[in-house]
Design a protein around this ligand. Structure first.
Ligand SMILES: Cc1ncc(COP(=O)(O)O)c(C=O)c1O
Length: 389
C-alpha cells in the first residue's frame, strides 16, 4: 500500500486524531504552509511595491511581465484545463457563486434551477437573490442513493422551462458526495440555451479536471479543499462571452477595465493563498497525483463496503458515482434528524477523537468519509467500532 498513516507527518495534523474530514475545510501540508510564509516574508520587505506593482497594477502588467496574480492564475489554469485569461481567483466557492448571482438580473417570473444536492450555503444565496428579485427557485430531485447518471440528466432537463434564467449544478455534491455527470448536465442546459454554473468546490485534487471540456458558462471551485492550497483560495473559469457582464461581489478599482484586471484587485487582501496555490499543485504532483487519486478512491470505496457490512445498512451508491469521499448510511438506532447527526458528530469527536462529517438526509443519519493520503484501513475500522460503541 503506497500511502497511509506513514504520510501523516507531511501535514501538521494531531497524530492522536483520526481525521476523516479532509473535504470540509482541507488540511494544509507543512511544505505549503512554509511556502505561504515565504510569500508573506517577501511582501513585508516592500509591501506597497509588492501589492501595487508586482501583484497587481493599474496598467494590468507588472514592472517585468505578467503580474504575480496572473502568473499564479496560469499555474492553476494549466492544472484544471482552462485558459489563464478565463480564470480569476476568489476567496471561496461561495464568493464565486455570489458573483454570478449578483451580476445577473432576475425579474418576477424568472426561475433559477438547482438540484436537491446543492450545498446549503449556496441555496441560501440563491433564495436571497430570488427574494430580492421576485424570481422563483425550482429544485430538481436527483436519484439517490441508487444514483443513475442518465436519470439525473433527465430529471434536470425536465426542470428547465422557458423561464429558467440560470441552472446551478454540483460536480461533486457536499453531503451525498455524489459525482454528477457534469458534462451531460451542461450539455442539456446549453441545448436549451440556458446559462449553467457548476459548483466544483470538491473537484480540484479529487478528480482529474478539464474545465474546458465541461464547457459550462461558469465553473467555480475551491483550491483549499483537495488541491492543498491554504485557505482562502478558490477560482472561477468563465466563458469569454460571459466575462463582460460578470463582476465580483465587491466592486473596486478594476470595474470595466477587463475581466481579470477587475477580479485581481477587490481591495487590500492577503494574496498569499492564491500565490501559494501552485505550490499545493506541485505537492500533489510530487506525491504522484494519479496514484494518490486512485488510493483515495479505493479507500473511500473500502469504507463504503466495510462500514455498511459492519453497521448492516444498505450500500446503494455505485462505486462509479464517488471520488475520494463517500456517504454511508448509519443504523436506524442513530436517529433520523439533524440533532441526531450533530449528537453523533460530537460523540465521535469528543469521545473518540474522530473528525468526520455527519448529516441527516432522507430520514437517516449519514457519515461522509473523506479519504486522503494520510488515512488507511485502520482509520475506517476505528470509525466503524466507535459508532457502535
Ligand atoms: C459542494 C460545495 N459547494 C460549496 C461549498 C462552499 O465552499 P466555501 O465555504 O469554500 O465557499 C462547499 C463547502 O463545503 C461544498 O461542499
Amino acid at each position: 500500500m503506497p500511502f497511509g498513516r506513514s504520510f501523516l507527518p507531511l501535514w501538521p495534523l494531531d497524530p492522536s486524531a483520526t481525521y476523516l474530514n479532509h473535504g470540509t475545510v482541507g488540511v494544509v501540508p507543512i511544505r505549503v504552509a512554509e511556502a505561504q510564509q515565504a510569500w508573506r516574508d517577501r511582501i513585508e520587505r516592500h509591501p506597497a511595491r509588492f501589492m501595487l506593482r508586482d501583484l497587481w497594477s493599474f496598467t494590468g502588467s507588472a514592472t517585468s511581465g505578467p503580474t504575480l496574480m496572473r502568473q499564479a492564475a496560469a499555474g492553476v489554469a494549466a492544472f484544471v484545463g482552462a485558459r489563464a485569461d478565463d480564470l480569476v481567483f476568489v476567496d471561496n466557492t461561495s464568493t464565486g457563486v455570489n458573483a454570478v448571482l449578483r451580476s445577473m438580473t432576475f425579474a418576477p417570473g424568472d426561475e433559477i434551477l438547482v438540484t436537491d444536492h446543492i450545498y446549503g450555503g449556496l441555496l441560501t444565496a440563491v433564495h436571497y437573490i430570488a427574494r430580492r428579485s421576485g424570481a422563483a427557485v425550482r429544485v430538481a430531485s436527483m436519484p439517490y442513493p441508487a444514483f443513475d447518471p442518465a436519470l439525473a440528466v433527465e430529471r434536470l432537463s425536465a426542470g428547465i422551462t422557458d423561464r429558467t434564467k440560470l441552472v446551478l449544478v454540483d460536480h461533486i455534491a457536499a453531503e451525498s458526495a455524489i459525482v454528477f455527470p457534469v458534462e451531460d448536465l451542461v450539455r442539456v442546459c446549453k441545448a436549451r440555451g440556458v446559462p449553467v454554473l457548476v459548483d466544483g468546490a470538491h473537484v480540484p485534487g479529487q478528480l482529474a479536471l478539464d474545465v474546458s471540456a465541461i464547457g459550462a458558462d461558469y465553473y467555480v471551485a475551491n483550491l483549499h479543499k483537495w488541491a492543498m492550497a491554504p485557505r482562502s483560495s478558490a477560482f472561477m473559469v468563465v466563458a469569454p462571452e460571459r466575462q463582460r457582464d460578470l463582476h465580483p461581489p465587491v466592486v473596486s478599482w478594476g470595474l470595466d477595465t477587463g475581466f481579470t484586471q477587475e477580479f485581481d484587485w477587490v481591495g487590500t487582501r492577503d494574496p498569499t493563498p492564491w500565490l501559494t496555490a501552485p505550490e499545493g499543485i506541485r505537492f500533489l504532483q510530487d506525491l504522484d497525483y494519479g496514484a494518490l487519486r486512485g488510493y483515495n478512491h479505493d479507500l473511500a470505496w473500502h469504507a463504503a463496503r466495510h462500514l455498511t457490512d459492519l453497521w448492516d445498512t444498505p450500500l446503494e451508491i455505485p462505486e462509479s458515482a464517488i471520488g475520494s469521499m463517500v456517504s454511508v448510511m448509519t443504523p436506524a438506532s442513530i436517529g433520523s434528524a439533524k440533532p441526531d447527526a450533530v449528537r453523533l458528530r460530537d460523540r465521535l469527536l469528543f469521545d473518540h477523537n474522530i473528525e468526520v462529517q455527519v448529516h441527516a438526509r432522507a430520514g437517516r443519519v449519514w457519515v461522509r468519509v473523506s479519504a486522503q493520503a494520510y488515512n488507511d484501513h485502520s482509520d475506517i475500522e476505528k470509525l466503524g467500532r466507535a459508532l457502535l460503541g
